[in-house]
Design a binder for this molecule. Structure first.
Ligand code: NAD
Length: 349
């Protein structure tokens, strides 16, 4: 299958593109604007692979996007390109509205124009998978879980812009019959994660003996999914999901931020006992405004309908992630030498 993936040089996009090409044998066009969050090194394993092509393009540039549809003739679109960091959305929301809202509208329109030119058979098979976040549902009470029926209640500029994009995707299905699927996923972790986000920031700070900044009291809870489990889930939805439906993907691993940081400290104590104990590096910092207390996903619908389930154990996969950062200094060192050691860049939403 020919699949157009937007945002394929980012964290989840690169895991997905590697999975689609190397594990599933698909032809992929990666469309990415190469913002600060992209790392072209992530797709280096595909450099000489004829099944993969890359186009540096902005999803808001409708002329360029339409030309790429014309040229590549995708049989499916997996739309991940987005501004993704909650803290950045608080200090500079405009970029989030532009890329996440306007960019999604451009992608939907280009897909609609493309699908009208397809033969009946190809039109039947065409799919547009819009990839989103559980943050659109806002904050849960203690012990609660999001389902596909949860009410939208976004509370940060990031989650509000993603909520808008979800509504646009569904509207293009209802209004124009575009074969749209939507996924909302919990917090991802794993290799090739930009080090402004909680887990890679803590790993690199621990490695360098720097403070481990934890927002507020550290009791905010997130549901962690390994990025490769997410990539498999996205393929399961693309292949088996019912058009017009939403599927929630989560890792069944709800942990407080403080638990995550303490687990990382224990891993570092085992791997580098000479530098321990690492918990002494934990520093509590002023909380993020509007910081949602709990996100947790009930992934039952995807599990029942698609036979997909998250397979990675959080503690083991977290240790594998630490080892990946220890072994792949070339990937993160140039980023690290830039701007991303600040004590307020603590948590992702
Ligand atoms: P990321 O920030 O790591 O990567 C985003 C990618 O999109 C980058 O490669 C960037 O260059 C590209 N991009 C940004 N603006 C663009 C534009 N205007 N045109 C073309 N490309 C552009 O993000 P991620 O963590 O990989 O998230 C991918 C998607 O998954 C996003 O839509 C995000 O909302 C969603 N999501 C993320 C998580 C998570 O935990 N990271 C959880 C659930 C859902």
């Amino acid at each position: 299958m020919r699949i157009l993936v937007t945002g394929g040089c980012g964290f989840i996009g690169s895991a997905l593109v590697l999975h689609l090409v190397q594990e599933r044998g698909h032809d992929v066009l990666t469309l990415d604007a190469l913002t600060y969050a992209a790392n072209p090194l992530s797709l280096q394993p595909l450099r000489d692979d004829p099944r993969h092509r890359f186009a540096e393009a902005d999803i808001c540039d409708s002329e360029r996007v339409n030309a790429l549809f014309e040229e590549f003739q995708p049989q499916a679109v997996m739309h991940l390109a987005a501004e993704s960091h909650v803290d950045r959305s608080i200090t500079g929301p405009a970029a989030f509205i532009r890329t996440n809202v306007v960019g999604t509208q451009v992608m939907l329109e280009a897909a609609r124009a493309h699908s009208t030119r397809l033969s009946d058979g190809a039109k039947q098979a065409f799919r547009f998978l819009h990839i989103s976040t559980d943050e659109v549902y806002g904050s849960l009470p203690p012990g609660g879980f999001f389902t596909e029926e949860s009410r939208y209640d976004p509370r940060s500029p990031y989650s509000a812009s993603k909520a808008a994009s979800d509504h646009l995707a569904r509207a293009w299905h209802e209004t124009y019959g575009l074969p749209v699927l939507v996924t909302n996923c919990s917090n991802n972790y794993g290799p090739r994660h930009f080090p402004e986000k909680l887990i890679p920031l803590m790993i690199l700070n621990a490695l360098e003996g720097k403070p481990l900044p934890v927002y507020g009291d550290g009791q905010n809870e997130r549901d962690w999914i390994h990025v490769e489990d997410h990539a498999r889930g996205l393929v399961a939805v693309l292949e088996g999901g019912r058009i017009g439906e939403t599927y929630l993907l989560g890792g069944r691993a709800v942990r407080s931020n403080l638990e995550v940081v303490k687990t990382l400290c224990a891993i570092f104590d085992r791997l580098r006992p000479e530098a321990g104990p690492h918990e002494r590096l934990i520093t509590f910092v002023t909380d993020r405004p509007g910081h949602d207390r709990r996100y947790a996903i009930d992934p039952g619908k995807a599990e029942r309908e698609l036979g997909w389930r998250p397979t990675r154990s959080f503690e083991q996969a977290l240790e594998d992630t630490v080892r990946w950062y220890l072994d792949n200094k070339d990937w993160w060192q140039p980023i690290r030498e830039g701007r991303y050691t600040g004590e307020r860049l603590g948590l992702t939403g």
